[in-house]
Design a protein around this ligand. Structure first.
Ligand code: F6R
Length: 339
């Protein structure tokens, strides 16, 4: 069906189809209508519940919409909800597998508090328990982290509807991402070139505003796909603490990768440039990534697509299978048996 043509045994194949996955399964009109009505009835806040690859979807939406929101938007990556989340809140519960224990625990808590629930999943226990609730079912078969565009395409318009905001459709963004990917290597380093630059080092992805969750996503993709240690940070905050560690970066082979935005305000542009100068004085050269885009939405997704592919290229170059997540599986088995 929607995943036709993707080799489900290859992370490269999944990442290459990122633009197509963004438009593969549009949310049901009734799902969006319920969100719009919930928003109009007056919600006190929006809470995203989920872990790992499912959680980042909400973080990206938050980064894009928080400035236009007149209610707080929280992310919960744990077993329980903060007290402030009451029945006046909308809670978006996201789990690709539908079987993640922290997410299921929060789902139950959300239900008992009487909050408005919107679920995105492929099935599993979550789909069973969410029968009769607002649920958007996406196709199975991908790794959760590779399903980001599939889940984002439902999450983003739903959050916008909850906030009574107009959003542009994702068709144009998808077409643009396809175009951008064809230009990798011409207008900027190709993902494989960047991967070679990062090989043997510790990448430190640094973002601002809507690119902060993208920096976090890049760190997670380096961890999960390339099995490589990586960190993320954000400006301007990093200038008040992390900058003091600059002298140790060369010793630990840290390579700062600045995710530069076409929408940087002059103060932020200056911060990135001066921070880079200070790092250089400390003997550490940073990499600056820029992708020319028409909106923060397109920029966030184009940057995610590019960095996802970089993590796959790095895995290949290291002779590592990006698909395998043996330690996560091992840990889950141990947690289930050693109790
Ligand atoms: C695996 C991945 C993980 C999962 C996480 C939660 O590809 O990205 O970070 O997303 O273990 O599982 P789900 O998403 O199924 O709730």
């Amino acid at each position: 069906m929607e995943l036709e043509g993707i080799d489900l045994a290859s992370m490269r194949s999944m990442v290459l189809r990122f633009p197509e996955l963004l438009v593969a399964k549009k949310p049901d009109i009734r799902f969006l209508e319920k969100a719009r009505r919930a928003g109009e009835s007056g919600i006190s806040g929006i809470c995203f519940v989920g872990m790992g690859g499912s959680s980042i979807v909400g973080e990206i939406c938050r980064g894009l919409l928080i400035e236009q929101s007149n209610v707080p938007i929280l992310t919960v990556r744990d077993y329980s909800l903060p007290k402030v989340v009451t029945k006046k809140w909308a809670v978006m519960v996201v789990s690709y597998s539908g079987d993640t224990e922290e997410t299921l625990a929060c789902f139950e808590e959300t239900r008992s508090r009487g909050a408005k629930i919107f679920v995105i999943t492929t099935g599993g226990t979550l789909a069973e328990r969410a029968q009769g609730k607002n649920i958007h079912v996406v196709p199975k078969g991908l790794q959760p982290r590779a399903a980001l565009p599939l889940m984002f395409s439902a999450m983003y318009p739903t959050v916008a509807a909850l906030l009574s905001l107009e959003t542009t459709g994702l068709d144009e963004v998808s077409a643009s991402l396809r175009q951008q990917a064809q230009n990798w290597g011409a207008t900027m380093d190709s993902p494989s070139t960047l991967a070679e630059k990062l090989k043997g080092s510790v990448p430190l992805f640094m973002g601002w505003k809507h690119l902060v969750p993208i920096a976090y996503r890049a760190k997670c993709q380096m961890n999960e796909n390339a099995k490589t240690v990586a960190f993320h940070g954000e400006l301007p905050e990093a200038d008040h603490n992390e900058i003091e560690a600059a002298m140790s970066y060369s010793r630990h082979s840290v390579v700062p990768v600045f995710l530069r935005s076409c929408f940087e305000e002059s103060t932020i542009k200056r911060r990135f440039d001066v921070t880079s100068e200070v790092l250089s004085e400390a003997g550490c050269e940073s990499i600056h990534l820029r992708i020319s885009t028409v909106s923060p939405l397109e920029e966030s997704l184009a940057m995610t697509h590019y960095l996802d592919m970089t993590s796959v290229e790095l895995a290949d170059s290291l002779g590592i299978d990006p698909l395998k997540i043996d330690r996560i599986a091992h840990l889950k088995r141990k947690l289930a048996s050693d109790w």
